[in-house]
Design a protein around this ligand. Structure first.
Ligand SMILES: C[S@@+](CC[C@H](N)C(=O)[O-])C[C@H]1O[C@@H](n2cnc3c(N)ncnc32)[C@H](O)[C@@H]1O
Length: 166
């Protein structure tokens, strides 16, 4: 990706990803999260560098924007959407807002992962079911399974899938 690529981290919350992207020289970063509290924590950690990022405190199912993204990243937010209606809204948003040829990386709990996250129900996916959800408009590039160690040292099996907008 060019350093000017517009990257959005959906459910970025307290993640350090946005800071790492700044370190890597990216200049067009947006973080969206339903939790204003998590966004404030992330901003505090980044200090004055937080001003270089666009922050959106909003439910992704209500996201509306004129922007188009070269890269859409989501680790562990999409899997919180369990109703067909919410999933359809998310998918529609990716269709509208990921630029043609843009990339999308979605990371969810796998079928060997937890069944809840932060006490809330989630939807588990495998490579086929996740690719199917985004099959209208996206070409699957790759899917891998990986154990993720949480800050509390718990192991969670994640599915990482990358897609190209067609
Ligand atoms: C398990 S955390 C993952 C945080 C970060 N992506 C990471 O990998 O460290 C899930 C995040 O998704 C956010 N989230 C959950 N449902 C959401 C929704 N409907 N819209 C936007 N953000 C949501 C939560 O507030 C939380 O920050």
């Amino acid at each position: 990706l060019a350093k000017t690529a517009h990257i959005i981290d959906i459910g970025g919350g307290e993640s350090k990803l946005a800071g790492y992207l700044l370190d890597a020289g990216f200049v067009n970063i947006t973080v969206l999260d339903i939790s204003g509290h998590s966004i404030e924590k992330a901003k505090k950690r980044l200090g004055s560098r937080a001003d270089q990022i666009q922050w959106i405190a909003q439910d992704i199912t209500e996201f509306q924007t004129d922007s188009h993204f070269d890269c859409w990243h989501d680790r562990a937010a999409f899997h919180f959407l369990t109703s067909p209606d919410d999933i359809a809204k998310y998918v529609n948003s990716t269709k509208l807002h990921v630029r043609q040829n843009g990339c999308m990386i979605i990371e969810t709990f796998s079928e060997n992962g937890p069944k809840t996250c932060s006490g809330l129900p989630i939807r588990q996916y495998n490579a086929d079911s996740l690719s199917q959800v985004f099959s209208d408009g996206f070409k699957k590039l790759d899917c891998v399974l990986q154990d993720h160690e949480t800050p509390a040292k718990r192991i969670q099996n994640f599915l990482y899938c990358s897609f190209r907008k067609i």
